[in-house]
Structure formats: structure tokens, C-alpha cells
Design a binder for this molecule. Structure first.
Ligand code: NDP
Length: 294
């Protein structure tokens, strides 16, 4: 068997075309979605991610601005920046690029973002809303995975989904979204004993660990759908995922490549969440004052 490659770039183009139309529709109401990204320090990988987010916004007509702060920025100063952006009407989404320098508490900064502008979906209010199936901003990476599966018409309901990784930004929200979609979900992590026993039972396997090529063909059920969230840089500078792409392709029915799989979808979902934030605000503004929403 040779797995069908799920092309994240192609699927991204599909969604970005739809988002571009929605941005144009908002322009008729003199509204333009705006994303502000704050980056602290000079981590080269983060700088690339932030630049790509800015370019993606511009490609569909959204406003974006990048605030690059020095590595020695204090937590108080950073939170003051977040609050300033929270108050700016032209900004609908505020994102603080992670990781932050060690002297800053990520959680305190994320909680300072107004939940209505939390387009990463990491604020406690939005995480809580996700658990009860009502988040306006599902975290971008797991949300992108759901959109990829939907685009490929891969059924989720009744399937056994095994997620390797339990981080707040990927594994846990992925589990919530899969539960909502009707899957039976198993979440594995570094303390899981006999990982292969679980992965071999997956109809859909999501690897979100950060260990190059750790998922091998003998850990995958024949015909399974394999989603590789991991991004790892090898000694020769090349990127690879958590899944051993060549060997697993011979066993799986579908597989995402790295690069060109989940990565582009993450940025696309960020555009979607920012757009949704702007649409929600514009709808509120268009309502006469005194209504239930005003
Ligand atoms: P974290 O480091 O926060 O989480 C990694 C998870 O993997 C943890 O839950 C950890 O378990 C688990 N883990 C570590 N070692 C093992 C092991 N040997 N067996 C089973 N589980 C293990 O990473 P993130 O969730 O932030 O990211 C995961 C990967 O996805 C990274 O490569 C990252 O670069 C990539 N990524 C890609 C994105 C994209 O757009 N494609 C977006 C975000 C992340 P424990 O909790 O017990 O420590």
C-alpha cells in the first residue's frame, strides 16, 4: 500500500480563497481584520514563523503588524503591550509568539490577552469553552488537522483516534476536537507504557511529540490515517516530522508530509480565527445599541 498524501498547502489554498472573499465582504462595512503579533527576543525559528504569519495576512487582504521586543523585556512591559493591543479597535487578534524567554511566565501573558482577541485560543476562557464545544477560536494546529480530515472526507465518528502528545497547544485541544467529532480518543505521552500497543490500534494517529521519525511502520495499523504534527530539524538542516514518512507511507492509507502538511494549515486557521474575531466584532457594531448583544 502507498498512502495518499494529504497536501496541506493545497488545502490551505482552498480555505485562504474563502477567507479572502470574506475579508472583501467585511471591507464593504469599512472593516479590515487586523492581527498583531508580539515576538520577544531573537529566536530564528520564531522569527520565520512570525514573518510567515504576517505575509499570510497580507496575502488575503488582512492587516498585520509585528511588534519585535528585546529579549530583556520584562513580563510587566510585555503585558502592557498586550493591553495596549487589546484596546486598539483596528486589531482583532493578538498573538504572543511562544516560546517566551525563561524569565516570563507564558500563562500570565496569555491570560492578559482579551478572550475576544485570543485568536490562538489559548486563554483559559477559550480553552474552557473548547471543552464544552463552544470555543470561537479553536487552537490553530488541532483545528487545522480537523479541517484537513474534513477536506479529505475522512470519517472520524466512531473511529479510534490516538494522539501522541498532551501539550496545551496541540495534544489536549486535539483530543477535545476529536471527542466533539465523535471519536473514541486515547491520549499518549512520555509516561505511556508500551506506546506501540496504543498506536497500533489507531484508525487515526496524530503524532505531536517533537522527536524526529519516532513513529515507525511497525507502530501503525495497516490502512490507518497518520497525521504528523511534529517539526524537527535534522543535523543537515532539513525538516522532518515525528513520523518516519517513507516506511509509514507503505502501511498507512493517508499521511501528511513535513513540511507541507499540518504547518500551512496552522497559519491558515490563524487567518480564519482572526477573520472570525473581526466578523464577530463587526456584527456587534452593526447591531443597534440596546439589543441583547450590545
Ligand atoms: P511539547 O513539547 O509541549 O509536548 C510534547 C508532548 O510529547 C508531551 O506531551 C510529551 O509528554 C510527549 N512526549 C515526549 N516524548 C515522548 C515519548 N517518547 N513518547 C510519547 N510521548 C512523548 O510539544 P508541542 O505539543 O508544542 O509540539 C509537538 C511537536 O509539534 C513539536 O515538534 C512542535 O514543533 C510541533 N508543532 C507543530 C506545529 C505545526 O504547525 N505543524 C504547531 C505546534 C507544534 P509529557 O507531557 O509527558 O512530557
Amino acid at each position: 500500500m502507498s498512502a495518499k498524501i494529504i497536501d496541506g498547502k493545497k488545502i490551505s489554498e482552498f480555505f485562504r480563497a474563502e477567507y479572502k472573499e470574506r475579508v472583501e465582504r467585511l471591507a464593504r462595512y469599512d472593516a479590515r481584520p487586523g492581527l498583531a503579533v508580539i515576538i520577544v527576543g531573537a529566536d530564528p525559528a520564531s522569527e520565520v514563523y512570525v514573518r510567515n504569519k504576517g505575509k499570510a495576512c497580507e496575502s488575503i487582504g488582512m492587516h498585520s503588524e509585528i511588534h519585535a521586543l528585546p529579549a530583556e523585556t520584562t513580563q510587566t512591559e510585555l503585558i502592557a503591550w498586550v493591553e495596549k493591543l487589546n484596546a486598539m479597535p483596528a486589531i482583532h487578534g493578538v498573538l504572543v509568539q511562544l516560546p517566551l524567554p525563561a524569565h516570563i511566565d507564558d500563562r500570565a501573558v496569555i491570560e492578559a490577552i482579551h478572550p475576544d482577541k485570543d485568536v490562538d485560543g489559548f486563554h483559559c476562557a477559550n480553552m474552557g469553552a473548547l471543552v464544552i464545544d463552544e470555543s470561537p477560536f479553536p487552537p490553530c494546529t488541532p483545528y487545522g488537522v480537523m479541517k484537513m480530515l474534513a477536506f479529505e472526507n475522512i470519517p472520524i465518528e466512531g473511529k479510534h483516534v490516538v494522539i501522541v502528545g498532551r501539550s496545551n497547544i496541540v495534544g489536549k485541544p486535539q483530543a477535545m476536537l476529536m471527542l466533539k467529532a465523535g471519536a473514541t480518543v486515547t491520549v499518549c505521552h512520555s509516561k505511556t507504557q508500551d506506546l506501540a500497543k496504543f498506536t497500533r490500534d489507531a484508525d487515526i494517529l496524530v503524532a505531536a511529540v517533537g522527536r524526529a521519525n519516532m513513529v515507525r511502520a511497525d507502530m501503525v495499523k495497516p490502512g490507518a490515517v497518520v497525521i504528523d504534527v511534529g517539526i524537527n530539524r535534522l543535523a543537515d538542516g532539513k525538516l522532518c516530522g515525528d513520523v518516519d514518512f517513507v516506511s509509514v507511507s507503505a502501511v498507512a492509507s493517508h499521511i501528511t508530509p513535513v513540511p507541507g502538511g499540518v504547518g500551512p494549515m496552522t497559519i491558515t486557521m490563524l487567518l480564519g480565527n482572526t477573520l472570525r474575531a473581526a466578523e464577530r466584532k463587526t456584527q456587534l457594531q452593526m447591531l443597534p445599541t440596546g439589543t441583547a448583544f450590545a
